[in-house]
Design a protein around this ligand. Structure first.
Ligand SMILES: [Mg+2]
Length: 240
């Protein structure tokens, strides 16, 4: 087994559970359901709607201030993106946009999946004496529902949710608070997760090791300013 640290902070979404990764395929599938409402009967027409909606979503989420606010209301953010996407295509229809956005939220929720090695890896780390925290951005209700559904609560010594703590990653206070609760120094801890900024750059600025979880082999972003301490494609690599 790799030499383990005294503590590990885990991200939740798209690290322990598969939640929002690879949205293209999910959007295409969902928009096909609404093909008649969108008057989009050809694959190319569906593709135009998907591209418009996703482009609006990208623009929306790339504004850090807006993102920090809307992370706490992802269904609301989706409504916003779909409304704007349809409007851009000259098909403004807020009621239809909201139905599509809400259906996407429900589709995603139904398809959340625990990564197959998540429980075993976390339990092995805990058994090995590693102090564990779950540190996740998002609203309390949404994140608590996932934690309960996937039986995660009892596996961690500390659970910290943005909507409850009042601050989210990459604010350094978030990591500092979790480390304090685990009673460890930054140099004794790893942060593990799929978001480069939140789980590599910010934790490393604090002196932690940033372990980047890259299950789809996306590779390090071209504009990366920090190198991850380690890259893993499967969670189980942490205990091998
Ligand atoms: Mg994540």
């Amino acid at each position: 087994m790799t030499k383990l640290p005294r503590a590990i902070l885990f991200d939740l979404d798209d690290t322990l559970i598969r939640a929002y990764a690879q949205p293209e395929e999910a959007w295409t599938r969902l928009l096909k359901v609404f093909a008649a409402h969108l008057d989009a009967h050809e694959p190319a027409a569906i593709e135009r709607v998907r591209a418009a909606v996703m482009e609006e979503a990208r623009a929306f989420w790339s504004d850090p201030l807006a993102a920090a606010k809307w992370r706490l209301d992802i269904p609301g953010a989706r409504r916003h993106s779909v409304r704007r996407g349809l409007a851009k295509l000259g098909r403004s229809d807020d009621a239809l946009a909201d139905r599509i956005a809400d259906a996407f939220t429900e589709l995603r929720r139904q398809e959340y999946r625990l990564y197959p090695d998540a429980h075993a890896t976390v339990d092995a780390l805990r058994d090995a004496g590693v102090r564990l925290a779950l540190v996740t951005n998002g609203a309390s209700e949404t994140q608590r529902a996932k934690i309960e559904r996937f039986e995660l609560a009892h596996r961690f010594h500390h659970i910290q949710i943005e909507g409850e703590f009042g601050q989210g990653k990459p604010e350094l206070a978030v990591y500092r608070h979790a480390l304090e609760r685990l009673a460890v120094d930054p140099g004794e801890a790893w942060m593990v997760g799929d978001n480069y900024e939140w789980e590599v750059v910010a934790p490393q600025a604090l002196g932690m090791c940033g372990i980047w979880y890259d299950p789809f082999g996306a590779g390090i972003p071209a504009n990366a300013t920090a190198q991850p301490t380690r890259i893993i494609k499967r969670l189980a690599e942490l205990v091998e």
